[in-house]
Design a protein around this ligand. Sequence first.
Ligand code: ADP
Ligand code: X2W
Length: 291
Amino acid sequence: MAAQMEKSQAMKRDSIATARMLSEALPHIQRHDGSIIVIKLGGHAMSSPDAMASFARDIVMMHQCNLKPVIVHGGGPMINAMLEKLEIPTEFKDGKRISTPETVEVVEMVLSGTVNKTIVQAINDQGGRAVGLSGKDAKLLVCDQAEGGLGLVGAPKKVNAGVITAMLDGGFIPVIAPLGAGEQGQTFNVNGDTAAGAIAGGLDADRLLLLTDVAGVKDGEGDVLTNLSAEQVHAMTQSGVISGGMIPKTQTALDAISNGVRAVVILDGRADNACLLELFTDHGAGSMIRA
Ligand SMILES: Nc1ncnc2c1ncn2[C@@H]1O[C@H](COP(=O)(O)OP(=O)(O)O)[C@@H](O)[C@H]1O
Ligand SMILES: CC(=O)N[C@@H](CCC(=O)OP(=O)(O)O)C(=O)O
């Protein structure tokens, strides 16, 4: 009897805490009302079905609170696994995959196929209405070939945002695979961060969240920097403190800001409720680079 009373009191305390938390989120929900939030989900952040379900729940919650989430995803580890299975060697240069026609075929199959549909399904399973696209659909991401001997890697040149805004207006959640359409009918492999930054700029987004597998941008001592300036990013890249896959992320952040995005946050997508923590609490999460 005493144990039952204690359990019921604990449940009441939990309910009160939940109600308080919801109430505290109100000013943040109001501040972001109607905002376009572009979220890049990196392959490393899709580590488990639980992480995917938590991410999908955050997205549906954002949509329910009248934010307009647009997902752009990666899938580097899944591409690596398929290339390995097919015994196709692969190589990266400054965080970008050198892409032959054969590589691009596999990239498109993995990103537009399995990865895109897994995210779409995870969101729909939480009660959202997600629709999968790639940068080739309605030519939403037109690219030139990137410089630097990377092969069929795309450098975004134009974003035809109409198809995305039509979906947002219809109450759908767009989930976009980072392929690019070339002017001569080519298919380009675009780094997921680069694609997300271009799309955020094209949509004049309020925020770009880059979800990855680290808590944020770390300094030379391994501490996460909660705020970063463009000057710090340049200095840390030159000294090698920012390296590998973090180079396209920070470069994307700077480009997105100069294209009109209000703020970019690099944060750990594996952490529970990472997006809600960033958008709906006073503390935020990860490293923010502001306009
Ligand atoms: N200064 C830095 N701070 C944090 N991570 C860094 C830094 N420099 C390089 N990295 C690396 O960048 C990685 C994130 O990039 P990447 O592996 O491409 O992630 P994703 O698949 O999420 O796009 C981190 O796991 C880390 O190893
Ligand atoms: C040009 C280039 O590097 N494209 C990436 C596209 C996927 C991606 O960006 O995946 P993550 O976000 O998981 O790293 C690739 O081929 O791996």
